[in-house]
Design a protein around this ligand. Structure first.
Ligand code: GTP
Length: 429
């Protein structure tokens, strides 16, 4: 029997995802029509020996309850949320809840960072872990990055038989281009390692009074467990070339949306709106708009037959899209209304936002550089060195209203704003 842990952090994390994380925890933000971590759950439930998924974080349980019960109803495995009383780091929570993870006697468990997206080759990673025999405590999914970007990740050096001989988290200088994807298979014996770190910290507390403001149970998997395991013959990495990215900034949501929609072609074709001519009839006999694949439209959304959507558009529940609207490379969240002949490009339109007629809402994509092999998203800071906003996708927070005929370019609008003019390269607070 196997289990999986999904690490989701808490409200203080995900700051670069604002303002979208102001009303929805980042792990529940819908990408390709499904909350970020539902994609993790779907990857886990494909493993037939997997019987339980534990979501670990320090969000209040009340924010996760509805999602967890929805997931429990949808999938045939046990799914629970375990709330850390404070941030315990990427391994402290697992150690704290070790009895719950061990119960039922699983032979191993997956660990998935909640802020990555991928087509998670979990079976391949598990088979790899098993092939390394009893000695393997951890197997890491690895991927290639560029030389410049690799230093922003955990860097892996491999020796014979894919053994990790060296692991440095966010090194100051170049170590290797093989990076840690935040997806692991761990053996149960790993808890003994976590225990050693935990107990040595208790000793420190008695003598040094733990000065870093973190709880004593705070353990970082990468620095405190993986780095010392490198070179001991107990840790391995499987380099894969599957699609993988982190979800840090809102711009990365548009990028992830495109890839998850593309994956639906194989995994869930029923979630994609059919490419077709204007006013073609879909299988329910209702009118569909002009679709340029890939597009996901929630069944409760209403899209006028003369609107044109795609490529890479997700439309949430209750959304209303009027005549002649054109949308591409964008996510339109629940109950938003887009009036006639408006154009939306490279943008995220927040829940219950309204855009008037003949408006233009446009952002700048922040995709990885297509000319550099293995390039990842840059995730630039909001402002450049001159204090100007870096070009980014345009984001409308919750319940924003944009009047007719306005132009909104590369701007971020905080929730509940009623705009009265056009904006370019601004944050509207
Ligand atoms: P940054 O570049 O600083 O964001 O770091 P990172 O990419 O290395 O990510 P980080 O180590 O902060 O987090 C990795 C994953 O663990 C993410 O999915 C986080 O949501 C999650 N995480 C981080 N801290 C905690 C924690 O205290 N508890 C739990 N349960 N999860 C955490």
């Amino acid at each position: 029997m196997l289990k999986a842990i999904i690490l989701i952090g808490g409200p203080e994390k995900g700051t670069r995802f604002r303002p979208l994380s102001l009303d929805t925890p980042k792990p529940l933000f819908p990408i390709a029509g499904k909350p970020v971590i539902q994609h993790h759950i779907e990857a886990c439930v494909r493993i037939k020996e997997l019987k339980e998924i534990l979501i670990l974080g320090f969000y209040p349980a009340s924010q996760m309850q509805q999602f967890v019960s929805n997931m429990q109803n949808l999938y045939d495995v046990n799914i629970r949320y375990l709330q850390e009383f404070t941030s315990l780091g990427t391994a402290g929570g697992m150690y704290h809840f070790r009895d719950q993870i061990r119960s039922g006697n699983p032979s191993a468990f997956f660990v998935l960072n909640g802020d990555v997206c991928a087509d998670f080759p979990l079976q391949q990673l598990y088979d790899f872990h098993v092939s390394k025999g009893e000695k393997a405590l951890v197997s890491i999914m690895g991927t290639e990055a560029t030389r410049q970007q690799a230093v922003h990740y955990g860097c892996l050096v491999l020796g014979k038989d894919e053994e990790v001989t060296h692991y440095v988290e966010k090194p100051r200088t170049y170590v290797s281009t093989l990076i840690n994807c935040g997806v692991y298979v761990c053996s149960m014996e790993l808890f003994a390692r976590m225990g050693n770190v935990f107990h040595s910290k208790q000793m420190d507390y008695n003598t040094l009074n733990n000065g870093n403001g973190k709880d004593l149970g705070h353990i970082q998997l990468e620095q405190e467990i993986l780095t010392p395991l490198a070179g001991t013959g107990l840790m391995y990495a499987l380099p894969v070339s599957n699609w993988w990215s982190q979800i840090k900034t809102a711009g990365s949501a548009i990028y992830a949306n495109r890839h998850y929609l593309a994956l639906y072609k194989n995994t869930h074709p029923e979630r994609l709106a059919n490419a077709g001519l204007k006013a073609a009839e879909d299988s329910n006999g209702s009118l569909v708009c002009n679709i340029i694949p890939d597009v996901h439209i929630h069944p409760t959304a209403s899209v006028h037959p003369t609107a044109t959507l795609g490529p890479n558009v997700s439309v949430g529940p209750g959304v209303v899209i009027a005549a002649g609207v054109r949308i591409r490379e964008s996510i339109i969240l629940e109950n938003a209304v887009i009036k006639d002949h408006t154009l939306v490009l490279h943008s995220i339109v927040g829940r219950s936002s309204q855009i008037g007629m003949w408006a233009r809402v446009e952002g700048t994509p922040s995709d990885p550089d297509p000319n550099k092999p293995f390039a990842k998203m840059e995730n630039p800071p909001l402002f450049n060195n001159d204090g100007r906003l870096n070009p980014s996708i345009t984001i409308l927070g919750y319940s924003v209203s944009v009047p007719s005929e306005m132009v909104l370019l590369n701007s971020i609008v905080l929730p509940h704003k009623e705009l009265s003019r056009s904006f370019k390269n601004e944050i509207i607070l």
